[in-house]
Write a protein that binds this ligand. Structure first.
Ligand code: PLP
Length: 506
């Protein structure tokens, strides 16, 4: 039964919903403000009164967004095995803490004497991030992992500038399995990106890496565990080698969930690493919501940390907002204020409720769950690299070889089964990659059902039930979209559709 077979277009309690531009009108509003009287126009006539935003009454607006939200998958609805993204449960305790008025209702421009508690929280979060990573300095303000990469690499750049070597050190080494944000960050800062090939076993090819070293190397950007879900076992040798030629070691810390409480990146020779609070420390993410990417820095880079930072003085805690603007320390701040306060509260609540033993267990269980999936699917799905893995299990599309089913079809069929697909076609070093990250918050029962579902899909694909895959998703509110066209020809501006015109004519 598809959406058109009911009179309303609803499917039981799953309600269809038009775009807000189609249901709202300009002459309606959810607020009831008295017209302004007697106030002179101080904007010199540049006010816009026809912005054409669709107006809805409050109940209409609420229904609109609730209906849309129910078409989305969410970690609160089911398993969300998106590799590299660490879609774990967001404990409700964190939410409760983040909503305390003393944290939620403050303004970044309030006098610091009135926000001592918030500063203390930032200070404690900084303390635990430094402790967990074994690094002496942290910049809390970056607002995403990618922003943290920018922060860390700006610190690297500032350090190289201070050494007077910016004209010479122009190359950044990036393994070919890296997340796209790594080369993008290096390129944005004016470095050239030099790709290091992967070895047969999915790690950095050490010989190829050594061949690329020279005194023009600014840094290496390496992810550990890497995006194939494997620990880079040569990491200390890599750190030593890059330091020996005067370069810096940036670590992409997005996969910290696999080693938190077990490994201190500072002990591995890392100079800078971002931490995705919205991954490892369970603050909510997805849908473009606020992330937070605090960036830890080594002794060598500590003095190049951005502003602001919290310090203790005789009157309590203070936010240092202005630094020495000497030419050799050119790096100011990453954001207007101090970062994502709500995420700081959630991350600290998460750390304190888990404790040291709990955080270590996070890593242990995340790795255990991924290896369980690897072991239970290894006989029917093909794994490009021999296990064991860290916190995510990587498969390729060899097992679909003599079927008409492609990786994308396989993913779409998972939607009909009520699962968000795993990460597809990433990392690029593996053909038809499928990267499954179950996280530690899935129960064995949940994993068993997921495994049984994938086994059933593999059997169907190999038995030639192509229809189940090519037509998928058949049960989702929207079916197969032309994703390529959407990416190549995005329509970013909503025009008056025929639908709306037709309605106006009625
Ligand atoms: C998520 C991720 C990033 C980027 O983090 P954002 O918070 O999405 O900007 C970078 N590298 C890796 C390996 C990631 O998984």
């Amino acid at each position: 039964m598809n959406g058109k077979t009911t009179f309303t277009g609803h499917r039981g309690l799953e309600l269809r919903e038009d775009l807000i531009f189609e249901i709202g009108t300009r002459d309606r509003s959810g607020v009831d403000l008295a017209p302004l009287r007697g106030l002179p126009d101080r904007l010199g006539g540049i006010t816009r009164d026809q912005v054409d935003l669709p107006g809805l009454a409050e109940p209409e607006a609420v229904r609109h967004y609730v209906r849309l939200s129910q078409k989305n998958h969410a970690i609160d609805m089911g398993l969300y095995p998106l590799g590299s993204c660490t879609m774990k449960h967001n404990p409700r305790l964190n939410e409760k803490m983040a909503r305390l008025p003393g944290f939620a209702d403050i303004h970044p421009l309030q006098p610091v004497s009135t926000v001592q508690g918030a500063l203390r929280l930032m200070d404690q979060l900084a303390h635990w991030l430094k402790t967990l990573t074994g690094m002496p300095e942290v910049a809390l303000s970056p607002k995403a992992g990618a922003h943290g990469e920018l922060c860390g690499m700006m610190a690297v750049r500032a350090a190289i500038e201070a050494r007077g070597e910016i004209d010479r050190r122009t190359r950044v080494l990036v393994p070919e399995s890296a997340h796209g944000t790594n080369p993008a960050t290096a390129a944005l800062l004016g470095f050239s990106v030099d790709e290091i090939p992967a070895s047969e076993d999915g790690r950095v090819d050490l010989d190829a890496f050594r061949d690329k070293l020279g005194d023009d190397v600014a840094a290496i950007m390496l992810t550990n565990p890497n995006t194939c879900g494997l620990f880079e076992r040569d990491i200390i040798a890599i750190a030593d080698a890059v330091h020996a030629v005067g370069g810096y070691f940036y670590c992409d810390g997005a996969n910290f969930n696999a080693i938190v409480g077990r490994v201190r990146p500072g002990d591995l020779g890392i100079d800078a690493m971002h931490i995705n609070l919205h991954k490892t420390f369970s603050t909510p993410h997805g849908g473009g919501g606020p992330g937070a990417g605090p960036t830890v820095l080594s002794e060598r880079l500590a003095e190049f940390a951005p502003l602001p930072h919290v310090v203790a003085n005789a009157d309590g805690l203070e936010l240092v907002e202005h630094g020495p603007h000497t030419p050799d320390k050119p790096f100011g701040r990453m954001v207007a204020f101090h970062g994502q306060m709500g995420m700081f509260v959630r991350a600290l609540a998460y750390m304190m409720s888990h404790g040291a033993d709990g955080l270590r267990q996070v890593a242990d269980d995340a790795v255990l769950n991924a290896n369980y999936i690897m072991a239970e699917l290894g006989d029917v799905m093909s794994a490009p690299f021999a296990g064991p893995c860290m916190h995510e299990a990587l498969f390729d599309d060899t097992f679909l070889k003599d079927t008409d089913v492609e990786t994308l079809d396989f993913a779409k069929a998972m939607i009909d089964e009520g699962y968000h697909p795993m990460t597809m076609y990433f990392p690029l070093v593996v053909h038809g990659a499928m990267l499954i990250e179950p996280t530690e918050t899935e129960s064995k029962a949940s994993l068993d059902l997921f495994i049984a579902t994938l086994r059933d899909l593999v059997a169907a694909a190999q038995a030639g039930d192509t229809e189940r895959f090519k037509a998928a998703p058949q049960l989702a509110p929207t079916k197969r979209l032309d994703e390529t066209r959407a990416a190549r020809q995005p329509v970013l501006r909503y025009g008056v559709t025929e639908k709306k015109q037709a309605r106006a004519a009625e």
